[in-house]
Design a protein around this ligand. Sequence first.
Ligand code: NAG
Ligand code: NAG
Ligand code: NAG
Length: 399
Amino acid sequence: MLVLKASIFFGIVVIATAYPQPKLHSDAGLNALELIEKYEYPIERHNVVTDDGYILEMHRIPHGRTNAGMQNKEPVLVMHGLLSSSADWVNFGEKSLGFILADLGYDVWLGNARGSRWSRKHVRLSPDYNQSEYWSFSWNEIGKYDLPAKIDYIINNTGHKKIFYIGHSQGTTSFWVMGSERPEYNDKIRLMAALGPVAYMQNLHNPTAQEASENIETIQSLIEAFGLHEFLPYSENTTSLGIELCDDGSELQEACLDAIFMICGPDPDQLDPSLLPVIWTNIPAGTSSKQFLHYAQGIKSGIFRQFDYYSDEKNNAMYGQPTPPNYDLSKVKAPVALYYGKNDWLAAVKDVEQLSEELGNVVVDHLIEYEHFNHLDFLWGRDVYDMVYEQLLDLMKKY
Ligand SMILES: *[C@@H]1O[C@H](CO)[C@@H](O)[C@H](O)[C@H]1NC(C)=O
Ligand SMILES: *[C@@H]1O[C@H](CO)[C@@H](O)[C@H](O)[C@H]1NC(C)=O
Ligand SMILES: *[C@@H]1O[C@H](CO)[C@@H](O)[C@H](O)[C@H]1NC(C)=O
C-alpha cells in the first residue's frame, strides 16, 4: 500500500514537473490606474480641454513611494506612441519608466492622446454619433492642440515655468509638430527626450508598412467611402483575445512574437514573452484612421508635412496650396535628446539622422550600441535601464 501511494505521489510529481501549468503574469488584466495602485504609487486623474474641444485625461503620479514630502518636484509630461496609452509607462513592473521617474523625485504626468481609451471624449461631439467630425484628426492635431493644452495645464497646476517632456514614437512626431507649428511652446520645455523618434520615414526597413503605403491613395479613399474613422478602439474582447493568444501557455505565442517583430523589428533577446499578456491588456487603445494614413503618406512621400487630401481642391481649401505644407523642423528650438536603435523598423537610423540635422537644437544624438534594439525595447527591453534610461536620467539632472 505504502509503495503504491508513494509511486502515485511520485507519478504526480513527475507529471506536474513535466507539464508545468503556465501561470498568467500577475499584472495581466490591470489597466494603468490599477497598475499604479498595485505598485503602491499615488495616482491622480486630470481632465484637460483642448482649444478644439477634445477632453483629454492625464494620469499623474505626483510623487514616488518614499519622497512624498519632497518640495518643488520638476514636472515631466510623458507621451505614448500610436495605439498605446498611459499604461505603456507603468506596465513593466519595477522597471517602468513612470515609476522610476516618480521615485527619483519627478512629478510624473502620463498623457493620453485624443481618441484613445481614456481621452475618447469631447465637449460637443460624440465619438460614436458624430464620427466623421470627431475622428477628423491625426498626430498633426495632437501636436497642435493636445500637447499645448497639457503643457499649459501642468504649468498652471504646478507653478513651474518649464517642464520636461519624454515621448515615444508618435509622442515624438506630435512634439515636432508642436515645436514647428506652435513655436512659442518651445520656451516651456526644459528638455525633450525622444525615444524612437519619428518624422522622416523614407528609409523604413519595414515590409508591412512599405506595402501599406504603396497603396495609400486607394486605402485612403476606401476608408473615407466606408466611413472607417476610428481604428482599433480599446475593447476588452480584443485585448482578452490578445492575452489568450500570446500567453505563456499558448501554442501561438511564437507567432504572436513574430507578428510584433515584423512591425517593430526583430529582437528576441530583450522582450520577455511572459510580459505579452500584460502589454496586450492595454493595447490597442484606439486611434483615428487618419493617424495611420498620415504616417503612411510620409513613408511614401519621404516628406515630413501636413496631411495630404490627394485632391488639389481640398488641399487648396485647407492650406491655400495644392500640396500640404512641410513642417519647419528648424523652429523646434527646445533642447532635444534623440535616442534611437539600430534595428528599429519604425525609426530607421538614416531617417533619424536627417531629423537630427534639421531640428533646431539637438543636444544629444545617441544611437544605442546594442545591435538588435527595436521600437519596443524603449518600453519593455530587459536592459533598457542600462541602455537608455540611465543616460537619459543623468541628462535630465543637468537641465
Ligand atoms: C452629434 O450626433 C447627434 C446624434 O446623431 C446629433 O443629434 C448632434 O446634432 C450631432 N452633433 C453635431 C455637432 O454634429
Ligand atoms: C489655471 O488654474 C486656475 C486655478 O486652478 C484656473 O482657474 C484657470 O482656469 C487655469 N487656467 C488654465 C489656462 O488652465
Ligand atoms: C464582447 O464579447 C461578448 C461575449 O462574447 C459579446 O456579448 C459582446 O457583444 C462583445 N462586445 C463587443 C464590443 O464586441
